[in-house]
Design a protein. Sequence first.
Length: 262
Amino acid sequence: MTLLDARARTGMVARINPVAKLAASGLIAIPLVLTLDWLSAGVALLLECLLIPFAGLRWREFWVRTWPVWLAAPLTALTIALYGEASGEIYVEWFLVRVSEGSLVLALATLVRVLAIALPSVVLFVTVDPTDLADGLAQVVRLPARFVLGALAGLRMIGLFLDDWRALELARRARGVADRGRIRRFLGMAFALLVLSIRRGSKLATAMEARGFGAPGRRTWARESPFGGREWLLLAIGALIAAIAVGAAVWAGTWNFILGPS
């Protein structure tokens, strides 16, 4: 666990059940996915920015965790602005590029919508421990234990894959076969890692089966996954943000239901 992870998991959000974080993110994201207007996304983003300081993340942690979002959102908006559906006044037209009044409005809506959907998800899930999430999915959502534990075991293997990749790279350099041919080296290391992963997965499956992870009947859990007042409060906040955003767009007449008739 890194220093940022240790600090992030000491805030007030860290003690909330991961299932509630997942549900709250969905409550905010689903209405924004169903519309393409700047007002609903802008209202949601404004309300989220007001609540982010209470998440327990320091500002350095926040920027370190969310910088991919701040990079991806303008790039997505730029693509829409250059190649989106043209309407209204045309400002620039060259080959496949057509910048119009309509494409700029769509680009603005896309920019704000990406930020409004991605930022709360990143802030909430930076504090999630995979084991806590698995406990919540199995005990609260009642997903099959075999599926949950298998997914958790696979997720735990990601860190080992990175360590194996570095070990393979160092071993090949020690043997003098990693000085040139980057593509060939990458393919060789990827194949070696695939073989190693299959072997490790087979051993892990056998070990889990021997310990009764696939046994029939109701399973007991070492740690309880509580779902109480804090979780319901987070869900209420997510629903309220979505309701205010949708209500503002409908009231202003900017609501643009993407599944409706064109």
